[in-house]
Design a binder for this molecule. Structure first.
Ligand code: UDP
Ligand code: MG
Length: 318
């Protein structure tokens, strides 16, 4: 079997402390994979996400020393997901057959790339890198992350548990991905929704070896909310259901209020206030929910997601 051409896409934001080491380790890995006949042509694509430190000059320097290193500099910091997208969009039109996205900080075990390529060559078009355990994360990060994955799947968004943005995609699946014109990006969910033959490889996640996380709690929260709201309109439906539930309670409350009124156990004004409070509350919530249903529809329309992707065909006339 011929070798696979491989492109690594690496978003970098203020990563001057790690880039030298990262590119050295990745280059060594790719060299050894080439020697073992797994891959042929290969390239690193470093996407500088508008860094404020010396990241870009370092990328330029590294790319002059090594022709297998290239860079893209974004004019402004647009965030991890959009920066990765920039790299992937470039990759989708490149000559590389397999594209791996990985963070710049080497927290993900780069040896897993070898396994990913092996799986790709075995016929899997998307290979998810999945963390075995979160030993190095704080208990807080671990639990919030788990909560997020559970919430996400209960709301109907597909995600691979403990998979971040370390994955291999074939060029064809990448082309399907970049056919999504939406601006709110939650890549790991979007990739899962593509379909195609996929599998996972498992690895241990390490500590960042230099620099600090660019994902503080506030960014993590935003990311989680973005993830849920870009895949699910269920929260809107929950409002409708809640409204109906309140209306049911209103019926009970009305019966009780009337009973208390008739039994003369009330002070003046209580009955009418209680009844109108529950009725109006329930009616407002239901109405908001109904509006929400339409907003949900509009939301799905404006995303203009592609309707389907053809994976295979048989005996079609030319
Ligand atoms: N990153 C980026 N733009 C940003 C923030 C982060 O391109 O605005 C990159 C960063 O350089 C790294 C990856 O995204 O390669 C993941 O970030 P980080 O390691 O800080 O996140 P964590 O691993 O702590 O979740
Ligand atoms: Mg990291």
């Amino acid at each position: 079997m011929s070798t696979t051409s491989l492109l690594l896409v690496i978003p970098c934001y203020n990563e001057q402390e790690v880039l030298r080491e990262t590119t050295a380790q990745l280059t060594a890995l790719l060299g050894s994979m080439q020697q073992s006949g797994l891959i042929g042509k290969h390239q690193l694509l470093l996407v500088d996400d508008g860094s404020k430190d010396a990241t870009w000059s370092l990328i330029e320097e590294l790319s002059q020393l090594n022709p297998a290193i290239s860079g893209l500099k974004l004019a402004h910091n647009v965030g991890h997901q959009q920066a990765l997208w920039a790299g992937l969009e470039w990759a989708a039109t490149s000559p590389y057959e397999a594209i791996v996205s990985i963070d710049a900080d080497l927290q993900d075990d780069i040896e897993a790339i070898r396994e990913m390529v092996i799986q790709y060559r075995a016929g899997y078009e998307i290979v998810y890198g999945v963390r075995k355990e979160r030993k190095t994360d704080t208990a807080f990060k671990k639990h919030t992350a788990q909560l997020f994955y559970k919430l996400m799947s209960s709301l109907g968004g597909e995600v691979v548990y403990n998979h971040a943005d370390f994955r291999l995609m074939s060029r064809r699946t990448l082309q399907s991905l970049v056919a999504h014109p939406e601006r709110n990006l939650f890549l790991r969910g979007l990739v899962c929704s593509l379909g195609y033959r996929s599998t996972s490889v498992y690895y241990d996640r390490k500590e960042r070896f230099a620099g600090e996380s660019k994902y503080p709690l506030s960014k993590m929260l935003n990311f989680a909310i973005d993830g849920i709201t870009s895949f699910s309109v269920k929260p809107l439906r929950l409002i409708t259901l809640f409204g109906i539930f309140i209306l049911l309670i209103a019926v009970v409350a009305i019966c009780y209020a009337l009973y208390a009124f008739i039994a003369n156990q009330t002070i003046p004004g209580w009955t009418s206030l209680l009844i109108s409070m529950w009725l109006i509350g329930g009616a407002i919530l239901t109405a908001i929910g109904i509006i929400g249903e339409y907003i949900g529809k509009i939301y799905k329309e404006v995303k203009r997601r592609p309707r389907y992707f053809i994976e295979k065909s048989a005996n079609l006339p030319q």
